[in-house]
Ligand binder design. Structure first.
Ligand SMILES: Nc1nc2c(c(=O)[nH]1)N[C@H]1C(S)=C(S)[C@@H](COP(=O)(O)OP(=O)(O)OC[C@H]3O[C@@H](n4cnc5c(N)ncnc54)[C@H](O)[C@@H]3O)O[C@H]1N2
Ligand code: MOO
Ligand SMILES: [Mg+2]
Length: 416
């Protein structure tokens, strides 16, 4: 048995990730309306262009006054003040507050000149239209938010690469960004290969299965901020596959394929790699599932050739495609956030490669506890939906024991 199919150089997961990340180039940017920017990654630095608040702001509904006028006032010994005006939100006060005076004011309104405190309405008795009795001694600054207390001009509030969610939306709106510059979503062509694959809408036939990988991967691409382009299933015919991939390369930013990367006679991506003018970056990774995962660079774009087995395809995307997409969208934390967790049961594995087990994570009395989400064979699809982490079982033949502390890669890292 000779030939490329069987000559493969083993690389470690971390090295393969570095190779892929070496190809990261930032996406171009585009401007979208603020409400359309949610879930996108910001392409610019957002710096405060004014203080917040930008006027002295009342924190309560009540009366703006001079704290000195309230000295000694109690419910039993109230102080009477003359009311100058009523200041609603959104209007400027028309009069300063002088000695012995107060202005009725609403929460969020501009505190008038001369006033240095606002007393809550509950601490007052309104005598007549123009008079109020206060029964609490106030200190200077009480219930007034000074200019710039929250944000001073020039402060950097958001960095490029940040996902726009509720908090970011509030910042952008506050500083007048009705349009936002974000990274353009990468278009990702998804091809499943295999003559056994049926389109999802078709009835089952003997020996055939429905194409689940394309849809699983499309969801993963969407979650990562890309735009999936689901292509027709490709047969195990190298010339046809090569033609379809080349055509797609013209139109997308990267390609994902699944299936046909192992050593089978019909493993069609291997045939494509033997005849193409691209550069194969690696084709064997020390990991399970997904050891035959291959990545190539072709006409200036990356081709991620993932294993056909659903579990391997899922893990291959997480470890290699997701970090790449995050990278081109300006995210600096590209690989998964990690923690350590205690395995809840023995985990035996056959291969000496490290294994990335689809897992679930729980906090029990402050300890991170992890266990497989279900059966973990590479061919198994159903445990993917229950996985919120990948449990790393280290290299070596033995597996890992109950209560062993292992690396845990977090899958639901919605904040980064
Ligand atoms: N002699 C050897 N056989 C295999 C080896 C090996 O080293 N020596 N490696 C095994 C490992 S590990 C894996 S992983 C698989 C990789 O297979 P391929 O990437 O070549 O994928 P296929 O052969 O095309 O399919 C494998 C499996 O997955 C099903 N599949 C494929 N596409 C889809 C899809 N879109 N949706 C759902 N299911 C899909 C396919 O029907 C097969 O059952 O090779 C092992 N063999
Ligand atoms: O690479 Mo396969 O998925 O390891 O079983
Ligand atoms: Mg195969």
């Amino acid at each position: 048995m000779t030939g490329y199919r069987f000559q493969r150089k083993l690389v470690q997961v971390e090295d393969a990730q570095q190779v892929v990340l070496h190809y990261v180039r930032l996406q171009e940017t585009e401007e979208v309306g603020l409400a359309e920017s949610f879930g996108r990654r910001l392409a610019v630095t957002v710096t405060a262009n004014h203080p917040v608040p930008h006027f002295r702001r009342s924190g309560v509904d009540g009366y703006a006054l001079r704290a000195a006028d309230s000295i000694g006032s109690t419910p039993g010994q109230p102080v009477k003040l003359a009311v100058t005006e009523m200041i609603p939100c959104g209007t400027m006060p028309s009069l300063p507050v002088g000695k012995g005076q107060a202005a009725r004011i609403m929460t969020g309104a501009v505190v008038p000149e001369g006033a240095d405190a606002v007393i809550m309405i509950e601490m007052t008795d309104i005598l007549a239209d123009q008079e109020v009795c206060i029964h609490k001694q106030m200190a200077e600054g009480d219930n007034i938010t000074p200019i710039g207390q929250e944000v001073v001009p020039g402060e950097v509030l958001l960095q490029p690469g940040r996902i726009i969610r509720s908090g970011e939306a509030a910042v952008l709106a506050t500083f007048g960004f009705d349009r936002v510059r974000v990274f353009r979503k990468p278009r990702v062509a998804i091809f499943s290969t295999g003559s056994e694959l049926l389109e999802v809408g078709l009835p089952l036939e003997p020996g055939k299965i429905r194409n689940s990988n394309s849809y699983m991967l499309a969801a993963q691409v969407t979650e990562t901020g890309g735009e999936p382009v689901i292509m027709s299933v490709l047969p195990d015919e190298p010339a046809e596959v090569e033609r379809a991939l080349l055509e797609a390369l013209e139109d997308v930013d990267l390609i994902i394929t699944t299936g046909g990367v192992s050593v089978g006679d019909k493993d069609v991506l291997v045939d494509v790699f033997e005849r193409w003018d691209g550069q194969l970056l690696f084709n064997k990774i020390a990991m399970r599932p997904g050891s035959p995962t291959s990545v190539g660079f072709w006409r200036g774009k990356l081709l991620f050739a993932l294993s056909g087995n659903p579990g391997a395809s899922f893990v291959g995307f997480e470890l290699f495609v997701r970090p790449y997409i995050k990278g081109i969208l300006g995210c600096s934390e590209r690989t998964h956030a990690e923690t350590k967790g205690y395995l809840q049961d023995d985990y035996a594995k056959g291969s000496a490669y490290p294994r990335y087990v689809r897992g679930t994570m729980k906090l029990q009395e402050g300890r991170v506890c992890v266990e497989p989400a279900g059966k973990d064979k590479s061919s198994i699809m159903r445990s993917i939906k229950d996985a919120d982490c990948l449990i790393h079982i280290p290299a070596g033949g033995r597996g890992a024991e109950r209560e062993e502390l292992v690396r845990v890669l977090l899958l639901n890292e919605t904040h980064i």
